[in-house]
Structures are given as C-alpha cells and as structure tokens.
Design a protein around this ligand. Structure first.
Ligand SMILES: O=C(O)CCC(=O)C(=O)O
Length: 271
C-alpha cells in the first residue's frame, strides 16, 4: 500500500495521505454504524475550549457555540469499526512507515464537525493527550468518512514539525492543550484535503490543527492510534491498557506489564 517514495515523504514531512484504504461499500457501512453511535452514545458538546478560539473563529457569534461530536473506542459499539481498526493492509502500511515488526492498536476517537458550526482545533501535537517516550514510533491515522476540504475544515499540518520533538503545550482547566498561537499559526500549515475512504497518517509529534466547518456538509473523521509496543506510554488516554496486536507478535519488554484482566481482582480462594 505504501511506496518507498511515500515513506520518504512521511519521514520528511511528518504526514501522508493514503488513498482509498476503505472501499465505497466499506465506507457506507462504517458511516451507517457511526451515525447510530453518534445519535445514541456520542457527546455533542465536545468542542475544544480556550481563549485561542477567538483567533480561529471569525464570526463572533460562533466563538462560544461551535460544536464537535466525539466519542472514544468505537470498537466497543460496532463490529464494522472493529474490522476497520484491525485492517491488515493499514497495519502493514503503518508498520512499514515506522520500521516496526509488530504494531499495537492503542485507541480510537471520533471527531465529527457538524455543518455550519463545526469546531476548529488549535495547532498542537497529540503528545499531551497520550504521551509516549518516542513520538516517532507512534502514528495516528485519520479515517475519513466524508470528503474533507478547506470549507469543511480539513486537517492541516506544519510540514516537518515532527522533527522538533516533544514540545511544551499550554494546558489548563479552561483550555484544551495547544501551542502558543503567536508562534504556531494555522495560516502556515499545509491543508491535506481527503476523500471518504482515505486515511491520513501523522506522527505523535507532528503539529496539526483545523479550521471551522463552514459548509453545509458533515466532516466526520475517526482518529486511530497505533504504536510499536516497545514504545512506553508515560500518562494519559488508555494508559496501562493493552491494545490489540494488529501486526506480528508482542515482544517481551522489561517494565511493560500486560494486565489482561483489566481492573478485575481475583477473589481469594474459599477455605
Ligand atoms: O479532526 C481534526 O480536525 C483535528 C483532530 C485532532 O487535532 C486530533 O485528532 O488530534
């Protein structure tokens, strides 16, 4: 699925679009099951907050009212999504890009921007959400359910920003993690429009963000995180939870324990 030239592009720029990983029929089923989840389980009040919003939303009336629909771990709701996150071709492609003999699914998160008022994302790395020791052995995959373009608020990247390594973010109770808006500007980022069925990949350290969805169309994207299981997580989302191995076999790594029982504690045997 990935050529050597695409691998060089990814390593140089920190992102890569893979075209039509999912067929139109697969996209149709993923959409159908996603919509069921959106209307029955998702949180419609998930827009990222903070003062930065004033710089990302032109219409003053929208600054407070932009909307994002989000939910984690779609595999807990839908078999089609379980198949999507374990897609063998996608796993092979990501493993090839990061030279990993084994790949572990880590988490998945829906970010759906509704028509006309879909919330923007400030420029940031995903590092603060699920910090790992090596930002180049962790790849996020954005599975596109709709055609995403400038009007609907497609994903944007600062080219080559993964080479900056781990950056300190502004984090607070009233603000989502983001980089200082005067130093990291959305205008300097490159847009990566994509079609439904495409997957856009980027490193944990690649700086990215997106603008408001001003169109009359939905922009539904599901982010799926994958890592080399040797890459140690230090905090955040899904910390300590073993993920599904989607390529190869799990290597034995000192200090990384696999708690297959989750939080279940065995009861002491009765005398
Ligand atoms: O969906 C977007 O436009 C951006 C998503 C994002 O920043 C993220 O998934 O970390």
């Amino acid at each position: 699925m990935v050529t050597e030239e695409q691998k060089r592009f990814f390593q140089e720029n920190g992102y890569l679009r893979l075209e039509q990983v999912f067929s139109p029929a697969e996209v149709e089923q993923l959409r159908e099951e996603l919509d069921y989840i959106i209307y029955n389980f998702a949180d419609w009040n998930s827009a990222w907050r903070g003062e930065w919003r004033k710089e990302y939303v032109d219409d003053p009336q929208l600054v407070e009212s932009v909307k994002l629909v989000a939910i984690h771990e779609l595999q807990h709701y839908s078999a089609a999504w379980t198949r999507a996150i374990t897609h063998p071709g996608l796993a092979e492609a990501i493993a090839y890009l990061i030279d990993a003999d084994c790949l572990e699914f880590h988490h998945c998160t829906l970010h759906a921007k509704p028509p006309g008022e879909g919330a923007p994302f400030p420029l940031h790395q995903d590092l603060p959400f699920y910090p790992h020791e090596d930002g180049l052995q962790y790849v996020d995959a954005l599975v596109h359910l709709d055609d995403a373009d400038e009007e609907t608020g497609c994903i944007k990247f600062l080219k080559g920003s993964h080479k900056l390594g781990a950056l300190e973010h502004i984090i607070g109770p009233e603000t989502a993690p983001h980089l200082p808006t005067d130093q990291y500007r959305l205008e300097d980022a490159v847009s990566v429009p994509a079609k439904a069925g495409d997957v856009v990949l980027f490193y944990l350290w690649t700086i990215h963000g997106s603008a408001v969805n001003k169109s009359n169309r939905w922009r539904r994207i599901v982010r799926v995180g994958y890592r080399d299981p040797r890459n140690r997580q230090t905090a955040g989302q899904a910390m300590g939870r073993p993920g599904i191995i989607v390529k190869g076999v799990r290597p034995k790594v000192e200090g990384i324990e696999i708690n297959v029982y989750g939080n279940w504690t065995p009861q002491p045997a009765q005398a």
